[in-house]
Design a binder for this molecule. Structure first.
Ligand code: GLC
Length: 576
């Protein structure tokens, strides 16, 4: 074997055994790292693709769909927890952080997913449940066994205030007291989420060490990063002060409360810095579930921009729950000015689907394209949620007895749970939308007959083909990859418009957020494009031919993405 071939082979073997993506990929000319150009796609493994027809999705199912994801334009997939778990919270209750739940497959299946992903340039991001474990985790099993057990202090145990009285007034975000009395040792343990999800005591150095070891295990298997679950709940006030009670009651009938003493404690940032040090050794990305109340708080999660989260998710964006140009404009400007890398998403496994929130029942196809035209063209990284690319809608349970998500059973009917946004991916018009030949764990809505991947691939005007077009542009167009965000026509109440501008090139995005046709005029002279011409790159309800920027007509909810050409250049290229 020639020497060069042999050394290439040895290098390949070394790269693989030290972690598929362990070597730092070089930043681009603008200093952007891989995750800044990647399109992320969140998938719920129970619901994505079922390879063994048991009604529940699995890892092999995901692997079988990598080509679909590649063609769509996805660069990284975030898989919600697939570790060993009793599945009370469908994986967010982990009983072994270093194993795959057999319902989803094996570690070998997982390794194969990573390797097949690598072949296609798709990275794998896992979901690290940092705040709590399952009550079946061996650490908690030991912790609750006696007051002197080695793991007793790995969780938060306290005496009650008096007989039958919890230590304080803190509430679980999933309903009722956050304290559970354990008769065996006659103390209460703390759980911010379900009773079966006891909070880890992050003030105990042994807990910190054990948890900081987990990511390394996965990085060495080629994982490219983590989404950090519920990061703001890691620490509690050791003095256990009562939280301030607010007027009114929540969906569970409990008093409203400000979670002042059990969320967002500053120590969270110490942990993030430690997790980041680990991530940096593997060129990995950390995405945070950061429910922030304002931009100032979001900013804190970036740390000094090199030492905490690279991608704190902007949930404020998801809270603009109506199509409103001024509201989105304000939100985008805030995140853009936060000096970090923006991270946009519209929905996920805890948030109702886009069309349920923004659809009007009449223009839904168009509205789905409008939303794609927004979050896929902004400066920053988008995180898609599976099924949004075909316009899937929630399929909510109608009766309490059909609910799978425990919060839906606790809070019914005011809180119906999150099953609706977690239903099986709709692949085709075959029974169960081609997801399984078994009985799907959640029902598929009848609309799957039209809303499915196979039908939409065939229809050039489908939502799916619009996504493919825009995602294609995102990967190839320099202004969309690197350009700054420049708000345009900031007083327009109906049309949200902006430029993405890079060196001499620019892309204009115009999004009609109203149900009426709109005519818009752009003067791009201040941006260096006098008498500009716009050439369509992707259009749905916008111009289909090149024309002057001085008059752009948009249909109701029309979206127009166009390359900007200065007047003289446009004149020199007739027919464009
Ligand atoms: C996060 C997850 C949610 C889960 C909770 C508890 O909010 O997104 O699905 O129930 O954490 O782990």
């Amino acid at each position: 074997m020639p020497l060069r071939l042999l050394s290439a082979l040895l290098l390949a073997v070394a790269t693989f055994s030290t972690g598929v993506y362990a070597q730092k990929s070089a930043p681009d000319a603008e200093g952007h790292a891989w995750w800044q150009h990647a399109v992320f796609y969140e998938l719920y493994p129970r619901s994505f693709a079922d390879s063994n027809n048991d009604g529940t999705g699995d890892i092999r199912g995901i692997t079988a769909k990598l080509d679909y994801l590649k063609d769509l334009g996805v660069d990284a997939i975030w898989i919600t927890p697939c570790f060993l778990s009793p599945q009370v919270d469908f994986g967010y209750d982990v009983s072994d952080y270093e194993n795959i739940d057999p319902r989803y497959g094996t570690l070998a299946d997982f390794d194969q997913l990573v390797a097949e992903g690598k072949k296609r340039g798709i990275r794998i991001i896992l979901d690290f449940v940092v705040n709590h474990t399952s009550d079946q985790h061996p650490w908690f099993v030991d912790s609750r066994s006696s007051r002197t057990a080695p793991h007793r202090d790995w969780y938060v145990w306290r005496d009650g205030k008096g007989p039958g009285q919890p230590p304080n007034n803190w509430l679980s975000t999933f309903g009722h007291s956050a304290w559970q009395f354990d008769p065996k040792t006659r103390q209460y343990y703390y759980h911010f989420f379900y009773i079966q999800q006891p909070d880890l005591n992050w003030r105990n150095p042994a807990v910190e060490k054990a948890m900081l070891d987990v990511p390394r295990f996965w990085y060495q298997r080629g994982v490219a990063g983590f989404r950090l679950d519920a990061v703001d709940t890691l620490f509690e006030d050791p003095g256990l002060h009562d939280n301030p009670v607010l007027p009114g009651r929540n969906k569970y009938g409990d008093p409203n409360m400000e979670n002042k003493y059990n969320t967002k404690l500053p120590q969270v940032h110490d942990v993030l810095r430690k997790l980041r040090t680990g991530a940096d050794q593997y060129d990995a990305v950390l995405i945070g579930e950061t429910w922030t109340k304002d931009i100032a708080e979001l900013k804190q999660y970036y740390g000094d921009h090199s030492n905490e989260l690279q991608m704190p998710m902007d949930f404020l964006f998801t809270e603009v729950n109506k199509l409103s140009a001024p509201e989105f404009r304000k939100q985008i400007a805030g995140v853009d000015e936060a000096n970090g890398w923006p991270v946009f998403l519209f929905s996920n496994h805890d948030i109702r689907r886009q069309l349920n929130r923004y659809g009007d029942g009449q223009h839904d196809q168009q509205i789905a394209k409008l939303l794609a035209g927004l979050y896929l063209t902004l400066r920053g990284t988008p995180i898609m949620y599976y099924g949004e690319e075909i316009g899937m809608v929630n399929n909510d349970p109608k009766r309490k007895e059909d609910v799978q998500d425990p919060i839906g059973r606790t809070g019914w009917p005011k809180e119906i749970g999150r099953d609706g946004e977690r239903t099986p991916m709709q692949w085709s018009a075959d029974p169960n939308a081609g997801f399984t030949q078994g009985k799907p764990w959640l029902p598929v809505p009848p609309s799957y007959k039209d809303t499915n991947v196979a039908s939409e691939l065939k229809d050039p005007n489908s939502i799916l083909n619009f996504y493919r077009r825009v995602l294609g542009l995102r990967h190839t167009n320099e202004a969309l990859r690197e350009g700054k965000y420049v708000a345009l026509n900031s007083a327009d109440a109906n049309v949200l418009s902006y430029l993405r501008q890079y060196k001499n090139s620019a892309v204009l995005v115009a999004l009609n957020m109203s149900g009426a046709p709109q005519k818009v005029a752009f003067d791009l002279t201040p941006q260096g494009f006098a008498s500009a011409t716009l050439r369509p790159l992707a259009s749905a309800g916008g111009p289909s031919e090149a024309g002057s920027a001085a008059t752009v007509e948009l249909q109701p909810y029309g979206v127009y993405i166009a390359e900007v050409q200065a007047g003289a250049a446009a004149a020199a290229q007739p027919g464009q």
